[in-house]
Design a protein around this ligand. Structure first.
Ligand code: UD1
Ligand code: MG
Length: 451
């Protein structure tokens, strides 16, 4: 059975108080919409249709970046959830299979839950995802009769007795596409909000002699985000789950609460993460590495046995081979550091390659940017770059080469050569004492003059 996802993402999210559409706010460095789309991938959808409204251009761009094949349809006016799903009618014309409705602002629904919803479709025409709410608040209530779902009543339209129900509507559902669009055409807006309620599908389906059931999931999966506080709570929830999963996989987090992970962080077994480390998107750390305190990693790969930090910054394209050492206040960007190489103190290595077992002295800078273009620096194997060397790219340093401290390298250095490019030192005997005497005398005159 093929599946089409319809993801509702047209709402404004007034309470976010933001220029950014609500669904584009990030949790663990991926937008809520991306989380929802990634969850939906568990169903291997044949089609994905995102319903955009507020900030539709931004949403469209984001969707294309996440999944080139996903379609975006526009809901010009937000007239309710049923009206929103109906905007996908044309895009899904002739589609045979199930429609699964997801919310762009409900990022945490699990693959297992979605699979259970689709599985439940074999015994019911319409499947609603519900949850037992600790505080049912203003959620729609599911009115059950045994295994059968009678109807969903919105909080605003509910009686006191119905409001006392705690089994609530997540908003997510699965239904045969043809049946869903048939029934959607019959939904009106005669209710307390004057909106077209998607929840009315339940009664309409039953009236048409169809079966409706509810599948239950954990409340945490249906967590919706409406405000910045909700966003922070959702992020915290994601973080604690992701940290627990890593520890389960054999990663040591010395102070788990201080480690910030991205949605796609991958860390191998027996790697140790010290306190206050931040992971941006796209980081893979292999087994047995050490990431020391206050380091920031993003779009990089750290191999087995490498040591990073404290206070290191690995930017996109940083590729650390096995047993490399990247020390304090070192920034690596778009650069390959080969096996056993060391960059231990206060350096910037960008658009570069450093060969096996080379040592980069403190304060070394690759001058990779001329104000217009970026250029590469290539350093061979077993070379020694003296402290405070400036490598003015494009430039190459060979194997087993050296640069003297303070050298400004503007020409290639061949294998085995030593490059020295700095002013020659000259010592003037007795000159320091003489200069001191002159300066002291000058100061004494000044002090006297001001009295
Ligand atoms: C909806 C459900 C309610 C459920 C709750 C769960 C209805 C009528 N009610 O209520 O039973 O308990 O979700 O969170 O469905 N959206 C659009 N276009 C619209 C309206 C909404 O795209 O015209 C999108 C929103 O951006 C959001 C989602 O649909 O992602 C839900 O809309 P929202 O207004 O939050 O519905 P609730 O009132 O919370
Ligand atoms: Mg809502």
């Amino acid at each position: 059975m093929s599946t089409a996802l319809v993801i509702l993402a047209a709402g404004k999210g007034t309470r976010m108080n933001s220029d950014l559409p609500k669904v584009l706010h990030p949790i663990a460095q991926a937008s809520m919409l991306e989380h929802a789309m990634r969850s939906g991938r568990a169903l291997a959808p044949a089609r994905t249709v995102v319903v955009a409204g507020h900030g539709a251009d931004l949403v469209r761009n984001a969707v294309t970046e996440i999944d080139e094949e996903a379609e975006v349809v526009l809901q010009e006016e937000q007239l309710g959830t049923a009206h929103a799903v109906d905007q996908a009618r044309e895009a899904l014309q002739g589609f045979e299979g199930d429609v699964v409705v997801l919310y762009g602002d409900t990022p945490f629904v699990s693959a297992d839950t979605l699979e259970r919803m689709v599985a439940a479709r074999t015994s019911a025409d319409l499947v609603i995802l519900g949850f037992e709410a600790a505080d049912p608040g203003r959620y729609g209530r599911l009115v059950m009769q045994g295994d059968s779902l009678e109807r969903i009543v919105e909080y605003k339209d509910a009686t006191e007795a119905e409001r006392a129900l705690t089994f609530c509507n997540s908003g997510l559902m699965a239904c045969d596409a043809a049946l869903m669009f048939d029934l959607l055409a019959k939904i009106g807006n005669d209710n307390a909000s004057g909106e077209y309620y998607l929840t009315d599908l339940v009664e309409l389906a039953r009236t048409a002699g169809r079966t409706v059931t509810a599948v239950a999931c954990d409340e945490a999966e249906t967590l919706g985000v409406n405000s910045r506080s909700d966003l922070a709570r959702a992020d915290a929830l994601f973080q604690s789950k992701a940290r627990a999963e890593l520890m389960e996989l054999g990663v040591t987090l010395m102070a788990p609460d201080t480690v910030y992970l991205a949605f796609d962080t991958v860390i191998g077994r027996d790697t140790v993460i010290e306190p206050n480390v931040v992971f941006g998107p796209g980081v893979t750390v292999e087994s047995g590495a050490l990431i020391r305190a206050f380091s920031h990693l993003e779009g990089c790969h750290v191999s087995r046995g490498a040591k990073v930090g404290p206070y290191a910054r690995l930017r996109p394209g940083a590729e650390l081979a096995e047993d490399t050492h990247i020390g304090n206040f070192v920034e690596i960007k778009n650069a390959e550091i080969a096996e056993g190489a060391k960059v231990n103190h206060l350096s910037y290595i960008g658009d570069a390659s450093v060969g096996k077992a080379s040592n980069i002295g403190a304060g070394t800078i690759t001058c990779n940017y001329d104000g217009v273009m970026k250029h590469r620096t290539e350093i061979g194997a077993r070379s020694f770059i003296g402290s405070n060397t400036l490598l003015v790219a494009p430039v190459k340093v060979g194997n087993e080469a050296m640069t003297a401290s303070g050298t400004v390298v503007t020409q290639d250095v061949e294998d085995g050569a030593l490059a020295i490019a700095r002013a020659k030192q000259e010592n003037k005997p007795g000159r320091a004492r003489k200069l001191m005497d002159i300066l002291r005398a000058k100061k004494a005159r000044l002090v006297k003059g001001s009295e």
